[in-house]
Every structure is written in C-alpha cells, then in structure tokens.
Design a protein around this ligand. Structure first.
Ligand SMILES: NC(=O)c1ccc[n+]([C@@H]2O[C@H](COP(=O)([O-])OP(=O)(O)OC[C@H]3O[C@@H](n4cnc5c(N)ncnc54)[C@H](O)[C@@H]3O)[C@@H](O)[C@H]2O)c1
Length: 358
C-alpha cells in the first residue's frame, strides 16, 4: 500500500491542484489519476535511465486503468529543453492522435518537468498535465507553480505559466538520486528556511546526512507549502512576491555561468545565499550571526560557501548581463532576519565586488 504523508493544496487563479507527498505512490498512480478524472490517452515523458528503474511500476499501475501509455524518451541534460525535443514530443502526440482530453505526464527532474510541461501547455492550446518529480529540486521547486519553458538562445526564453492537474511526489524516488543531486535540492530547501520558514533551519540543525525518511518528508512538505503560498499570492511573478524565492539565485547564477556550469545550480545557490546574506550585513540590514548560522548549515550538508577559485571579474561581468541590472545597480533579495526578506532595487555593484573579495 502507499503511505500518504501530506497533501499540499495549491490554489491559483488559473487552477487549484494538490501536491500528494508520500511513499510508494508510483505503485498506485491509478488511484490518483482516477481521483482526478484523467482518462483518455496518456504520454509519459521521461529519461531511459529512470524508466529502467521505475518504468515497470508506472506502466503496471497506469495499465490498471485500462489506459495505453506511450513512452517518450528524452536524453538527459539541459540541452533537451530545446525546440528539437519539443517538436519530437508534438510528433508523437499527433501520430498517436492525442486530443484535448489526453494527458502528458512529466516523470523526471526539472528538465523533464519544464519541457513536458511546455509541450502540455501548448499542444492544442493546453492538455492535461501530471507532474511526477523525481529529483529533490523538482519535488520542492520546479514541479509546483506552473513555470514551464524551453531554452532558446538563453535559458527559459520560450515559456508559459501552466499549472498541472496534480503533482505526485513519491519520496522513494530520492533513494536512487546521487548525493550531488540531493545536495543541489537541499540548497533550495535551505533557501525556503531562510526566506520563509525558520523551522526548516531548526530541523536541519538537529539532523545530519543521511536524513531520516520522516525528516525528508517534513522538509519537503514545508518547502512545498512555502512555494504554494508564494505562487498563490503572485502566480505570474508580477507583484514582487514570487521574486523572494530568488534569494541566493542572482549572485548564484552569475557564479554558475562564470564557472562554465562546473559548479552545479544547487552549489551556486548555496554560495549565492552566503554572499547575498553578507551583503545584507554590509548594507546594515542583517546581524552577522545569521550569516554564520547559514554557513554552519550549508557546510554540515556538504554545500560550498565561497568561490575562492573563481575569477571575481567574470562573476561581476555575468552579473552585469543579468536582466535585473538597471543603471549600474542591481536588484537583489536581501535579508532583514531569518524569514524576513526584502527586495532591494539599487545594490551598488561595488558593494557586491567588496563582498566577493571578503
Ligand atoms: N519551472 C521551475 O519553476 C523551475 C525551478 C527550478 C529549476 N527549474 C529547471 O530545472 C532544471 C534542473 O532540474 P534538476 O536539477 O531536477 O535537473 P535534471 O532534470 O537535469 O535532473 C538531474 C539528473 O538527475 C537524474 N535523475 C532524476 N531523477 C532521478 C532519480 N530519482 N534517481 C536517479 N537519477 C535521477 C536525471 O536523469 C538527470 O540526469 C533546469 O532546467 C532549471 O531551469 C525549473
């Protein structure tokens, strides 16, 4: 049997949907799909490596509904968020006579979620979408909130807001995830703790890796609740509310780019959070104890806290290409205290340089 730990409801203007969080949910997909009235044709977009491990479970549970499942195999990596892959998905849907009542299921990390989500958003002006996130990052972040996209001459340039019908988060999937991918997702969990839910930090201070299952479940539930609250308040990222989830991401992204993506997204976010917290201290908003606390938690979970080997000029030059820069000043999320972020519209580049040099 499955063990449902929690259900986080996401109530947006365009759609209300549940995020089911628990163990063994993959074996009982039929229960969740039929609860949401999903019938008709069914396409499963995923990677071969994931289907090799989990494909049998998924196909046998869906087949109990009497549905045929068409598998669409996508190569791993960010390069797959492309027009080429998108048109391959459309071709399979058209060749198999998918219609407006059919369903696309995204089974994978953020790459699959974004690509398959964009296909579902645009095919016949939008068909059913089920997200089954399989990385920690996808479970706490990308599967919720409806941002779907492909890359075109830049990351996420062609995209849409398209909420799924439901999200099925099976915590057993994390068991096959590499330590590096798990840490990458944990950086986002820590971010929710810093900007919204201080209890996440209390929990992380009391445990070390490997985290017990019930603690992972609680951290994921808390993170999904944070994301749901933000998305409900600012679904389309227009009100300076959703932007607080960018804490650590602006400097982090510049670091990712400056390292030629050798530093992973989660590692870059970890370092970006430390620098953005240090900037908050430098600009007089935050107590230094919060920076030390953040450094302690990131270090305990094997996440980096500085960029000693990177060229600071390269980071600054990537920052200056960021779309958030205006008249030599940059828009950053800073902190007043844990759980109390602020949007700062005019952070001088010089201050960022001084922080990177500290
Ligand atoms: N839409 C959003 O709101 C949003 C938010 C954050 C990130 N993103 C996007 O997410 C993408 C990154 O997502 P990601 O970090 O999940 O990377 P990913 O999707 O590339 O997955 C990372 C790797 O983990 C493997 N993997 C996935 N699940 C596994 C499992 N259970 N066991 C073993 N291996 C597994 C994948 O095959 C892949 O090689 C980026 O494209 C980013 O732009 C989107």
């Amino acid at each position: 049997m499955f063990r449902l730990i929690s259900t986080v409801q996401v109530k947006t203007l365009s759609r209300c949907y549940p995020v089911y969080i628990g163990f063994n949910l993959l074996d009982f997909l039929d229960v969740f799909l039929s609860r949401h009235g999903l019938k008709g044709k069914f396409a499963l977009v995923s990677h071969k490596s994931l289907m090799d491990i989990y494909g049998d479970k998924i196909i046998s549970s869906i087949s109990r509904l009497g549905l045929d499942t068409i598998i669409i195999d996508i190569p791993e990596g960010e390069e797959s968020k492309s027009f080429n892959m998108l048109t391959q998905i459309y071709d399979v849907l058209i060749n198999n006579r998918f219609d407006r009542w059919s369903t696309v299921t995204a089974f994978g990390g953020g790459v699959i979620g974004d690509l398959a989500g964009f296909a579902a958003a645009t095919f016949m002006r939008g068909i059913n979408l089920v997200q089954i996130p399989s990385t920690l990052l996808a479970q706490v972040d990308s599967s919720i909130g409806g941002k779907v996209a492909i890359d075109y001459r830049g990351k996420n340039i062609i995209g849409a807001f398209y909420q799924p019908n439901l999200v099925i988060t099976d915590l057993n999937l994390l068991k096959s995830l590499s330590v590096k991918e798990f840490s990458s997702g944990l950086a986002e969990v820590i971010k929710y703790g810093v900007v919204m839910d201080p209890q996440i930090l209390d929990i992380l201070e009391n445990y070390s890796n490997p985290l017990p299952d019930d603690i992972v479940a609680e951290l994921i539930t808390r993170s999904c609740s944070c994301k749901a609250r933000i998305v409900e308040a600012d679904e389309r990222d227009e009100k300076d509310i959703r932007i607080i989830l960018n804490f650590g991401h602006t400097i982090g992204h510049a670091i990712e780019v400056a390292s030629n993506f050798k530093i992973s997204h989660g590692e870059a976010v970890a370092i970006g959070m430390v620098y953005e917290a240090k900037l908050s201290v430098m600009l007089g908003f935050l107590d230094i104890d919060v920076v030390n606390r953040l450094i302690g938690i990131l270090s305990k979970f094997g996440l980096p806290i500085s960029v000693s080997q990177l060229n600071i000029e390269r980071i600054l030059s990537s920052l200056s290409y960021d779309k958030k820069i205006k008249h030599g000043k940059i828009r950053l999320i800073l902190l007043k205290s844990v759980g109390n972020p602020i949007v700062h519209d005019d952070v001088p580049i010089d201050s960022i340089k001084r922080v990177l040099e500290m």
